[in-house]
Write a protein that binds this ligand. Structure first.
Ligand code: HXC
Length: 510
């Protein structure tokens, strides 16, 4: 009996070594942790329960029967993050480059199925050379099975991808279908075809880092939601994100203890908006002053910085924030910011996270490149996302809310529940100067008359009261009272029930 128990321990110890000590050392030398080290950092201490540690591949081609490492290049199982159940897989680059075989894929599918069944998030740690070349189509079929589960899990349980090494070929498409993608600077990359293929096909010369590194995907392509300095920081941030999210689409996000009164008055907000309507101010200051303990988890911080998206808590409950940023392009809506915000709004709506929208928007960005790039369809994504959202929505207009962008940014007309405006708000079709140039074109040559027209338009429309008189604004509030007002508004909406007419699925403009 003792021998059998010892054998089990030996087999486990062997499996835990993955591709062996030399390859583990090589992984460390690159500043990367091993799959198991990553899982242990991600999960609560001692909570990891592993599945399929002894699974091996069944390939007999290319001498593969000679190397059958236990676990087949991926560590899978479940554990907890701050006490809440999550399912996890971590590809083990020390075993055949973490490449995906039929059995490797089966292991991933097993935990994805369990996560969907048990209503818990799926966290995938990717570090892989892609499809296992020796297995040919079997490996592609395995990827297909993973993709199908990503799609079925979408909107049912949160899916988070952490890219901690190469992620090439079709392998990028599994992360692409998840809700959030995080990368590690200088040690992870994602691309459909690598630099060599790019050189052959398009004659462009580019490094792997330039083509698909963390900077590229957080700043240019928006494929990734954030990038971190190293594995440890990335995993700690995933833990922080999971705390903001519900476990599945039928539960609410956890309520965390808070040490910040919802009645907190912030006198400094009374002077946040500068006297000159063209002077920018930092909308993040407002977000942080509204949040419990000033804690803000930003999503896609480096991309389309004219709009801000992320999570805060109010009275310990998660709230998704969408806010125009006057510091960047005057907070205008354009193709990139509309896409970024639309996806965020849809995530919040799918997972019952209430949405707070902070508005200071001069309109949509005009221009040939915007029109050629399809700003009509991309802008419509955000309009559509807000209009279909049924979660509690509270909107605060701080300054400009012009034109179509006024309607888009969670206006009353799109079924937002509470629409507040600061006294500094200007709710109009456009700014006074632009309006004058159109409706008083005949007087444009006369500077005095034009100035009078501008002043008249400002008097009439550069305020929140016209909209308030019509009930499009529920109340004009003092900036200093904003946290209290939105906390009360969200509290009153906790039992909100709203649904859309039956449909198979919608047809959001893609
Ligand atoms: C089998 C692989 C592998 C793969 C790496 N290895 N990728 N084995 N299938 N896809 C093995 C290597 O042979 C090597 O084994 C070990 O993993 C470590 O790889 P290295 O090349 O030494 O590491 P490194 O220099 O860091 O380079 C990493 C890499 C490179 C950039 C990922 O290995 C690479 O380019 N691999 C091939 C990538 C690729 O073309 N994959 C297919 C993509 S197509 P030994 O024993 O020699 O140390 C795809 C389709 C999916 O994924 C479609 C879904 C629909």
């Amino acid at each position: 009996m003792k021998d059998i128990l010892q054998q089990l321990d030996d087999r486990r110890a062997d499996a835990q070594l993955g591709g062996g000590q030399n390859r583990i050392d090589a992984q460390h030398a690159r500043g990367k942790l091993t799959a198991r080290e990553r899982v242990h950092l991600l999960l609560d201490e001692g909570s990891f329960e592993e599945f399929d540690m002894f699974v091996t591949h069944r390939c007999t081609d290319f001498g593969m029967e000679q190397q059958k490492p236990a676990g087949d290049g991926v560590v899978t199982g479940w554990g907890t993050i701050n006490g809440r159940l999550v399912y996890v897989f971590a590809q083990d680059f020390t075993v055949l480059g973490g490449s995906v075989s039929a059995t490797h894929a089966k292991k991933i599918c097993k935990i994805m199925d369990m996560a969907i069944q048990n209503g818990a998030p799926i966290i995938g740690i990717n570090d892989s050379g892609g499809a296992r070349i020796q297995e040919g189509v079997d490996s592609l079929a395995g990827y297909g099975d993973i993709f199908q589960r990503n799609i079925e899990a979408s909107g049912v349980v949160p899916q988070i991808s952490v890219i901690m090494g190469p992620c090439a070929g079709g392998a990028v498409y599994s992360p692409a279908m998840t809700d959030f993608i995080f990368m590690v600077k200088d040690s992870s990359y994602m691309f459909v075809t690598g630099p060599d293929v790019v050189k052959t096909v398009t004659n462009e010369q580019v490094t792997a880092e330039e083509l698909g590194g963390a900077s590229t995907h957080t700043k240019k392509s928006s494929v990734a939601d954030a990038a971190f300095e190293n594995d440890v920081e990335a995993l700690a941030e995933v833990r922080r994100l999971v705390d903001f999210l519900p476990s599945n689409n039928r539960e609410k996000a956890p309520v965390r203890p808070f040490f910040d009164t919802p009645d907190r008055i912030e006198p400094s907000l009374d002077t946040l908006v500068p006297a000159n309507a063209n002077t920018p101010y930092d909308m993040k200051e407002l977000i942080i002053k509204l949040a419990d303990e000033g804690d803000f988890y930003e999503i896609q911080e480096e991309f389309a910085r004219n709009i801000i998206t992320g999570f805060i808590r109010i009275e310990g409950r998660s709230v998704g924030v969408v806010a125009n940023q006057p510091m960047v392009l005057a907070g205008v809506l354009d193709i990139e910011s509309a896409r970024k915000a639309a996806r965020f709004v849809r995530f919040c709506d799918a997972f019952e996270i209430p949405i707070l929208t902070l508005v200071d928007v001069p309109g949509f960005l005009p221009g040939v490149s915007q029109e050629y790039g399809g700003v009509i369809k991309h802008g419509a994504k955000l309009l559509y996302a807000y209009g279909e959202a049924t979660v509690p929505m509270v909107t605060v207009i701080t300054r400009k809310a012009y034109g179509g962008a006024y309607v888009v940014m969670a206006s009353k007309h799109l079924k937002a529940d509470f629409n507040y405006a600061w006294p500094t708000s200007e709710i109009a079709v456009m700014g006074a100067k632009g309006a004058t140039e159109i409706i008083h074109r005949a007087d444009l040559k006369d500077a005095d008359k034009t100035a009078l027209h501008v002043a008249d338009y400002e008097d009439r429309f550069a305020n929140p009261f016209v909209a308030a008189e019509r009930g499009f604004i529920d109340e004009v509030i003092q900036p200093r009272m904003t946290r209290k007002r939105i906390a009360r508004a969200f509290a009153s909406l906790r039992n909100k029930k709203s649904s859309l007419p039956w449909k198979k699925h919608d047809n959001i403009p893609l």
